[in-house]
Design a protein around this ligand. Structure first.
Ligand SMILES: C[S@@+](CC[C@H](N)C(=O)[O-])C[C@H]1O[C@@H](n2cnc3c(N)ncnc32)[C@H](O)[C@@H]1O
Length: 473
């Protein structure tokens, strides 16, 4: 890490704003060491329960302060790799018409990996994670563990899209004479996940750029109230950053931070499945989470609401659009036109109509939960077990006590492995990584089921209230 921070300093990456007057230059020079690009506003720190390696405030930071500036010379982009290497340029240009911007960036990244120590990006590349947990890395066992059809479909689609991207780009990589290891799908997935989880947006390339040091910020959901944005007028809201006229990527503090606190970026508003797909993690509390249930086509097509607006919020409440669609759907066909203004304004139509849709939602959520192979309580205990077994020094005993011997036997069979923990030996690395992804899948489905349960409770209490009202009438 020190080597990366030194290398980045040489390229002009800095966490201190450029001095406003020449006289302050000496003060700046004394506070930020040339051996590191950070230290004045940020330090590298580990947050084991909040994303691992990241950047923390080196001092109290004020909302809106520039915390990191990464000049264009330090950004790894396709055009930079191509400009530095005429051979790569020639081959890429011959294939550009049939490859996407992301495929080209992946090939450029792998071309730099291929160069090893001869790459100008070697110091940066050496600090990249050696593996990822994005959905496309999930094997069949881990995908099945998601249990919910929609999520399984998203995972399978992600893998097949990446596979077809890899197949399309393979002739170019062969022309570039990549080593057999770098031609493998595994290497492509690694490079894809690097690009997917670490690039920042730039205007001139839709694949984005890899931003050394700037890619060490972990994520917080953008409308997290900790960002203190609620009472700021839209026009004054601060963005996390972007590429600016000053020819540098500039990143700003979105809230006040105390010294030592983790400084977070809002990469965008993602559901947990999207976070898992693009970044390989999920949030136990995600304000942007959307829980979708299977809806008949007559509900989906009843109004003008897009399908992705018909969902359940993390607190169990149906989305505005879902509520409106159900109210309209539960109205007799010949009355629908007459009530449409009420529907679109979001008003309840009648106690009976509201009771009917609440009861429908209860039975839909109950039916969905019943069809899933395991109840939420089982998933919760499985999560405790999976967490424990990954850090276990005595897995045979831990396994016996857990009651998950059967599930674990299926897992081991999938990996064609015999359990041998008699000598307290650790699991092989590939098994530990699979356990990590299995845990993520169970975490995802557990959150899904909890939301459906919350929806049932919410609807039940509303039905109760409404029936009291009906009795009074
Ligand atoms: C841009 S990188 C951030 C730096 C990264 N932690 C590292 O060590 O290089 C994004 C990755 O960090 C991890 N990450 C970011 N925010 C996270 C969070 N809130 N919870 C868990 N993991 C997170 C995920 O693995 C994600 O793909």
């Amino acid at each position: 890490m020190e080597a990366l921070l030194r290398w980045a300093a040489e390229l002009g990456v800095s966490d201190s704003p450029p001095p406003p007057f020449p006289s302050s230059a000496s003060a700046d020079a004394s506070s930020s060491s040339p051996s590191s690009c950070i230290g004045r506003s940020l330090v590298v720190a580990d947050f084991p329960n909040a994303g691992g390696r990241s950047l923390a405030a080196a001092r109290d930071l004020r909302r809106g302060e520039l915390v990191l500036r990464v000049p264009r010379a330090a950004l790894l982009t396709s055009d930079r790799v191509v400009a530095d290497d005429p051979r790569v340029a020639a081959f890429v240009s011959a294939h550009r018409h049939h490859l996407s911007a992301v495929q080209i960036l992946i090939v450029c990244l792998l071309a730099e990996v291929e160069k090893g120590r001869n790459s100008v990006w070697y110091t940066y590349l050496s600090q990249l994670p050696s593996y990822y947990t994005v959905l496309a890395t999930f094997n069949d066992f881990e995908v099945e563990a998601l249990q919910v059809d929609d999520a399984i479909w998203v995972a399978q689609k992600a893998t097949s899209a990446i596979k077809s991207d890899w197949e399309d780009a393979t002739p170019l990589m062969k022309e570039l004479d990549f080593k057999p290891k770098l031609l493998m799908f595994k290497s492509w997935i690694w490079a894809f996940a690097t690009v997917s989880s670490r690039t920042l947006h730039i205007e001139w390339d839709e694949a984005g750029c890899l931003c050394p040091v700037g890619d060490l910020f972990n994520y917080a959901a953008p409308d997290d109230t900790s960002f203190e944005e609620d009472d700021i007028p839209e026009a004054e809201r601060l963005t996390d950053g972007g590429y600016e006229d000053s020819n540098a990527y500039c990143l700003y503090a979105r809230k006040n931070y105390k010294k030592g606190e983790q400084v977070l970026l809002g990469y965008g508003t993602y559901t947990n499945l999207e976070l898992l797909e693009h970044y390989g993690f999920l949030l136990s509390e995600n304000p942007n989470e959307k829980t979708f249930i299977q809806l008949d086509v007559d509900i989906c097509s009843i109004g003008t609401w897009p399908r992705d607006s018909l969902y359940i919020h993390p607190n169990g409440l149906p989305s505005f659009a879902l509520l409106c669609a159900l109210r309209l759907w539960a109205t007799p066909v010949n009355r629908r036109k007459a009530v449409s203004h009420q529907i679109y304004s979001g008003s309840m139509l009648s106690t009976e109509n509201e009771m009917e849709i609440m009861k429908w939602l209860i039975s839909k959520c109950e039916g969905t939960l019943q069809q899933l192979p395991t109840p939420v309580e089982f998933d919760e205990s499985l999560l405790v077990f999976l967490h424990k077994i990954q850090n276990s020094t005595n897995c045979r005993t831990d396994l016996k006590q857990s009651g998950f011997e059967q599930e674990f036997a299926v897992f081991l069979r999938f990996h064609r492995l015999e359990l041998d923990c008699s000598d307290n030996s650790q699991f092989p690395v590939r098994i530990l990584r699979s356990l990590e992804r299995w845990e993520l899948a169970v975490q995802w489905r557990c959150n899904y089921k909890k939301t459906l349960k919350k929806c049932i409770s919410y609807c039940e209490s509303l039905v109760h209230e409404l029936s009291l009202q009906l009795n009074k009438q």
